[in-house]
Design a protein around this ligand. Structure first.
Ligand SMILES: CC(C)(COP(=O)(O)OP(=O)(O)OC[C@H]1O[C@@H](n2cnc3c(N)ncnc32)[C@H](O)[C@@H]1OP(=O)(O)O)[C@@H](O)C(=O)NCCC(=O)NCCS
Length: 185
């Protein structure tokens, strides 16, 4: 079995900086969610549960527990020049037996169209592969064309549609499965 991952708290490249989500980020994260609530809730089941900063603070406490357990690692994504919070990116559902991780992400609506998630994906993928993850998965509802475009733009291979794989808003939804394998790099 793969060792518990030891993820850095901060990574950056020319355009973006990603930093482990910590309690100090609560107000900025809540404001970002608030600014884009209708946009985000279409595909993110948790949005309705974040009604105020205290809800976000509770989420962050859970993120930190999961980080310590090695179950998931969530980073805030900042545009480097402005220092503005654009959204988050995470590695979750880490299966150390099979060396698999899933990637999730969201952006403020007004921060889409600049490649921020694509730019944040590169250092996150590199550290996951460096630490022994073999298979990175992006899964999105079939109707989520912008998320599928993230996977395709970043050379994930479409593997097929998992029927009724995602439960949200009281219904099961079909999901597109994209993967990038260490053996194919
Ligand atoms: C999914 C989501 C993060 C995609 O955002 P995005 O900005 O399109 O994603 P990227 O970071 O890959 O940026 C790509 C866009 O930036 C543009 N871009 C500009 N510079 C770029 C660069 N250097 N590299 C890549 N793309 C760049 C691309 O042309 C593209 O814009 P377009 O779609 O108008 O052609 C966003 O739609 C979102 O937050 N949706 C709601 C939450 C959600 O669905 N999350 C995923 C659940 S599975």
């Amino acid at each position: 079995m793969l060792n518990k991952l030891n993820m850095p708290e901060k990574m950056e490249n020319a355009d973006i900086r990603i930093m482990k989500v910590v309690p100090d980020m609560c107000d900025d994260l809540f404001e970002a969610i608030e600014s884009s609530r209708e946009f985000l809730r279409q595909y993110l089941f948790w949005v309705d549960g974040v009604k105020n900063p205290a809800d976000e603070a509770a989420s962050i406490r859970m993120f930190l527990e999961n980080w310590d357990k090695g179950d998931s690692f969530i980073y805030a994504v900042y545009e480097k020049n402005s220092g503005r919070l654009a959204g988050t990116i995470d590695a979750h559902a880490i299966n150390r037996n099979d060396h698999v991780a899933y990637i999730g992400y969201w952006l403020r609506k007004d921060q889409t169209g600049h490649g921020f998630i694509s730019k944040a994906l590169a250092p996150l993928e590199k550290i996951l592969f460096d630490q022994g993850i073999h298979r990175i998965v992006i899964m999105c509802e079939v109707s989520n064309l912008p998320s599928a475009a993230v996977a395709e733009r970043n050379h994930y291979v479409f593997e097929g549609i998992a029927k009724e794989r995602i439960w949200s808003y009281g219904e099961f939804h079909d999901a597109k499965i994209y993967a990038k394998l260490a053996s194919a790099l």
